[in-house]
Design a protein. Structure first.
Length: 131
């Protein structure tokens, strides 16, 4: 059941407003991250996250387009964004040399590796291919 007073408390802590710059975006992302770090969200928190997510989506839609990256470039980008190291992926590949070869462009990501990476990173395997 939706508790209006709990929702209003969330709104008081960080009132949602349009994002005008990267600083606003970072502040809103911090609020979102704090909520997502909780083991379980209330109905009110999920609704609040939807509002904040909509504001971020609107801001990002009006920004410079992000270049279409895929394959190993996408993987490198995701690792950087999530503060992961390539060594964190060792369990996916048969060996460190295979991992190094893929990162150095000497070996391609195979469909099996792509599926394993998608599962590990919780993303769609389609993201690894050009759109």
């Amino acid at each position: 059941m939706f508790a209006t007073d709990k929702y209003l408390e969330l709104l008081k802590q960080y009132p949602p407003r349009p994002i005008h710059n990267e600083e606003d975006l970072e502040m809103m992302q911090e609020v979102i991250n704090r909520l997502l770090d909780k083991p379980q969200l209330t109905v009110e928190e999920r609704e609040y996250l939807n509002v904040l997510g909509s504001l971020i989506y609107e801001y990002e839609e009006n920004q410079e387009p992000i270049p279409d990256i895929y394959g190993i470039e996408l993987l490198k980008f995701i690792l950087e964004e999530r503060n992961l190291q390539k060594q964190d992926l060792l369990s996916i590949f048969e060996s460190k040399s295979t991992l190094d070869d893929i990162f150095d462009g000497l070996q391609e990501l195979t469909p099996i590796y792509i599926q394993k990476l998608a599962n590990f990173l919780n993303i769609s395997p389609d993201l690894f291919f050009p759109s």
